[in-house]
Design a protein around this ligand. Structure first.
Ligand SMILES: [Zn+2]
Length: 208
């Protein structure tokens, strides 16, 4: 039998991290998830440029993470300018070296924070950039969750035994999730809509 196994690069924890504490917490989650899923080849990337540029509550310590969601038509202050392009570019570079044909990213459009780099058109355009800008032009980004509602993602994750207990979404805390920031609210709403408890600890007793 010829060796036909296809390699893929998977972006884990899109969370770009501002506060050192959140960054440390996200790294801990990333490593624990890789361990449980037995992912051997890991590339831990820390992006100093985004921190130096700032301009987001997640990368600039002078901008607070809000406890109330922004009005739906506004792009929230937690949007990190053009962040996903940085992560995707790293993934494309690594995929070229590994000979991987696919890059998976868990971007979601409905029920999301309204970040412009989570829209399907953005990924279609990025795939054209990869085609034009890599040696063989054969690497493709896949966004399997992009059209799913958050509650559907929770249900699918449970079906696939995704390690939700190891994941971290909170923008503010690192010991217990705050339950109040944008990211916590979206997560809690998703678990509530799916009718299952969120397995991670929360600081606030009140749930959505
Ligand atoms: Zn939070």
């Amino acid at each position: 039998m010829p060796h036909t196994e296809q390699r893929a690069v998977v972006l884990v924890s899109g969370g770009m991290d501002s506060c050192v504490c959140t960054e440390r917490r996200e790294r801990q989650s990333f490593l624990a998830i890789c361990d449980r899923l037995q992912i051997r080849d890991r590339l831990l990337v820390r992006n100093e440029a985004l921190r130096a540029i700032g301009g987001s509550a997640l990368t600039d310590e002078n901008i607070a993470v809000p406890n109330t969601p922004a009005p739906s038509q506004d792009i929230p202050v937690t949007y990190v300018p053009f962040r996903n392009a940085h992560f995707l570019s790293v993934a494309v570079s690594w995929a070229e070296v590994l000979g991987a044909g696919k890059i998976y990213i868990g971007a979601v459009e409905p029920d999301s924070s309204g970040y412009p780099d989570c829209r399907p058109a953005y990924y279609e355009a990025f795939n054209r950039v990869i085609k034009a800008g890599t040696k063989e032009g054969k690497i493709e980004i896949e966004t399997p969750l992009i059209a799913m509602r958050k509650a559907e993602i929770v249900r699918l994750g449970l079906e696939l035994k995704a390690p939700f207990d190891l994941t971290w979404s909170c923008y503010s805390h690192e010991d217990r999730a705050c339950g109040l920031c944008d990211s916590c609210m979206l997560r809690l709403r998703a678990f509530a809509a799916a009718g299952v408890p969120d397995p991670i600890p929360y600081a606030t007793a009140e749930r959505v």
